[in-house]
Write a protein that binds this ligand. Structure first.
Ligand code: PLP
Length: 408
């Protein structure tokens, strides 16, 4: 097989040809007219993909998802403030560490690997908190929280709600305005479908106001207040300089967001997008069941649609991803320290979901590698079980109601 290997890790992901094309060519100036137009369109489309209100402010800053997390931690919380972290894996732990370094009093509400802590425990911890942080999909466990319920709990206690959507944005249902979430942060290289390099943060009006009342300003390069005039300038066609944006990634960002929103008004386009990911995940779950693989998330309702975190079967060691790679598909090893040597992860998000043959190739590569290890697996049946779901019509075409755009 001399085909390029298929990249099925939880980021970076396969991107569309249009995105590859948009990333090519000489680097534009940060003040070039084309760049300014692309930047303005991208900022407007971020509000649509985030399902955020017109009063929400998108920030596009050179950096990775980790930088986006740090922006949220340092713009909203003062040293000494109480911050609650809903902990569902390794990335939630990273958020907690950032907040501790900021000097916050951090309460982590934890759950065993594969589970989500009960809402009542989060509500208890949220009393008196300045902000509540949660990881929409924790990429180390494949666990998804319910941001709508968490945003409501935070609001009830007068706390800001912040969601790390790095492995979820543009794939898992999130309605920033309708749910009253204050910050939804992300990065370019996961479900949004770009190369790595952009930290993407949307802050609602309460979050912007919270920055203004901080006693201890954030590091200059992360400061909402420094970036606000820059973002507003790009959107108004009057660019200004604070720190050089990743100019080669701005056009690809515009193209990727436009692809996500194509063909329908934003609410319908996003509902279809969420349904596409839910259907893909359901297909993979069906395949894993046939192959005898067990998901790390304990129940289907907390299993992410963007990746499958899977336990290695008995007698199969952590070299399995290497064997899958030999079959032309790149998957990821375990990440969470408790299950690192006992698990592996398959990403399924973004543009590749429109290519059922690539998804089938992924199942066949995993199944084939298991068969090579001497397991009795029916690879054809696994592909067939998944394909039956991938060929089914998308479920749900609206956002705004609970349970819409979900997989069967
Ligand atoms: C990947 C990821 C991050 C970190 O993003 P980087 O771009 O690698 O810094 C943070 N949170 C979640 C949930 C992620 O999946």
């Amino acid at each position: 097989m001399n085909e390029r290997p298929l990249l099925m890790i939880p980021g970076p992901i396969e991107v569309s040809d249009a995105v590859v094309e948009a990333a090519a060519g000489p680097p534009p100036s940060h003040l070039a007219a084309d760049l300014v137009a692309d930047f303005a369109a991208a900022l407007r489309d971020m509000r649509h993909v985030w399902l955020a209100g017109p009063d929400a402010q998108p920030f596009v800053v050179a950096g990775s998802g980790t930088l986006a997390m740090e922006m949220a931690a340092t713009n909203l919380v003062d040293p000494g403030d109480v911050a609650v972290v809903v902990s569902t894996g390794w990335f939630s732990d990273r958020m907690a560490e950032m907040l501790r370094r900021r000097g916050a009093q951090v309460t982590e509400v934890r759950a065993p690997v594969g589970e989500v802590p009960p809402l009542e425990r989060v509500a208890e911890a949220a009393r008196g908190a300045r902000a509540l942080f949660a990881t929409h999909v924790d990429t180390s466990t494949g666990v998804r929280v319910d941001p709508q319920a968490l945003a409501a709990v935070a609001a009830e206690h007068g706390a800001l709600s912040v969601f790390d959507g790095v492995c979820a944005t543009a794939a898992e249902r999130f309605e920033m305005a309708a749910w009253g979430a204050d910050v939804y942060l992300s990065a370019s290289q996961k479900a949004i479908g770009l190369p790595a390099g952009l930290a993407l943060v949307v802050a609602g009006p309460r979050a912007l106001a919270a920055r203004q009342t901080l006693r201890t300003p954030p590091p200059l390069s992360l400061d909402f207040e420094q970036w606000l005039p820059v973002m507003r300038g790009y959107e108004a066609g009057t660019p200004t300089y604070f720190a050089t944006p990743a100019t080669t990634l701005v056009r690809p960002l515009r193209v990727a967001l436009a692809e996500i929103l194509a063909g329908a008004e934003p609410a319908a386009a996003m509902a279809a997008r969420f349904a596409l990911h839910a259907r893909a995940a359901a297909g993979f779950r069906a395949a894993w069941e046939v192959l005898g693989l067990r998901l790390v998330p304990r129940t289907a309702d907390v299993a992410a649609h963007t990746l499958s975190a899977l336990y290695l079967p008995d007698g199969v060691d952590a070299t399995l991803p290497g064997a899958i790679r030999e079959r032309g598909v790149v998957v990821a090893g375990g990440l969470h320290p408790e299950i690192r040597a006992r698990s592996f992860r398959v990403g399924h998000m973004g543009h590749v979901l429109n290519r059922p043959e690539a998804l089938a190739r992924t199942v066949a590569a995993v199944g084939g590698a298991l068969a090579d290890r001497g397991l009795q697996v029916d690879v054809e049946a696994a592909v067939a079980a998944a394909s039956a779901l991938w060929e089914a019509p998308l479920q749900g075409t609206t956002v705004g109601g609970r349970g819409s755009a979900e997989a069967p």
